[in-house]
Design a protein. Structure first.
Length: 281
């Protein structure tokens, strides 16, 4: 364990730089803030590169538990002042604990194998159900939406989340925070639209997409998997090419003046409708 109070310390500057997407990609690291989220990561077997905590909290029972695990993992453990912690987190009132972890990206082949996959902790995501459901998101731009979808995917035991095209970063501080730690338990895959469509041509399961032009109510299709649930961009929806690779397009009825739902809300409704039709539901 070491104590750093300098705002210009190279390690502190490198951790602060992880708020920038290009810096995250170059380093292969991301930040997780808060006791609950960091604890979740440790419990799922993720090894932190750095564990940073507020000076004076080293005897706190929960912090002590994290320090003990970090020591066993060979993590760089750093005690810092309020000012340094605020600099890293870019918040005036930061959480008292944060950590950096290596990014993990799942193999795209897992999405299209039509086989039951495992989550990042090595456990079965879908119980005994062999018909898993992957979520595929077309150009999702809001990290809050993405984090919420990761959290919903975890809650509903989806196989994982596919990011298609120019999506926001699943490992941004905002997305990690909104996921409430689910990013550590849900496989994430990134691919271009062309790559997705090329794989989809040989996919043995169903691809169900949500789209405003659709005429089929979301409660009507055959929800038996294996399946990919395809969700469109917040403003533009699915591209024509992605709609064309879906076996069926569905919509959710709009009974008021609103013409669409928030992406995370719509994804949650569709995913739980899928879950409702599974044998174990």
């Amino acid at each position: 364990m070491r104590h750093i109070n300098s705002l210009t310390n190279p390690v502190i500057k490198s951790l602060r730089a992880l708020h920038d997407r290009k810096r995250r990609k170059a380093a292969g690291l991301f930040l997780a803030e808060g006791m609950r989220i960091v604890t979740e990561a440790f419990e799922l077997g993720w090894v932190a590169q750095h564990l940073v905590f507020l000076e004076g909290r080293e005897d706190d029972a929960m912090v002590r538990r994290l320090i003990k695990q970090a020591e066993a993992d060979g993590t760089d453990i750093i005690m810092v002042s309020d000012a340094v912690l605020a600099k890293i987190s870019r918040k005036d009132n930061p959480q008292m604990v944060l950590a950096s972890f290596s990014e993990r990206w799942a193999d795209p082949e897992n999405v299209f194998s039509a086989q039951l996959s495992t989550n990042l902790a090595g456990t079965n995501l879908a119980g005994t159900n062999p018909a898993g459901c992957w979520l595929a998101l077309d150009r999702v731009r809001d990290p809050g939406n993405l984090g919420t979808i990761l959290r919903t995917a975890d809650a509903a035991q989806a196989e994982g989340v596919v990011l298609i095209g120019e999506c926001c970063d699943a490992y941004s501080v905002e997305a990690v925070r909104a996921s409430m730690g689910a990013v550590f338990n849900v496989p994430v895959v990134a691919m271009t639209e062309a790559e997705f469509i090329a794989h989809a041509m040989d996919y043995q399961g169903q691809i169900i997409g949500t789209a405003l032009p659709a005429s089929v109510d979301y409660r009507s299709p055959d929800w038996q998997g294996p399946m990919i649930l395809l969700m469109g961009n917040e403003q533009a929806g699915l591209t024509d090419n992605l709609m064309n690779c879906a076996n069926q397009l569905i919509k959710m009825p709009m009974l008021g003046r609103s013409d669409s739902l928030n992406l995370a809300v719509a994804t949650g409704i569709a995913l739980y409708e899928y879950r409702r039709h599974q044998p174990e539901a």
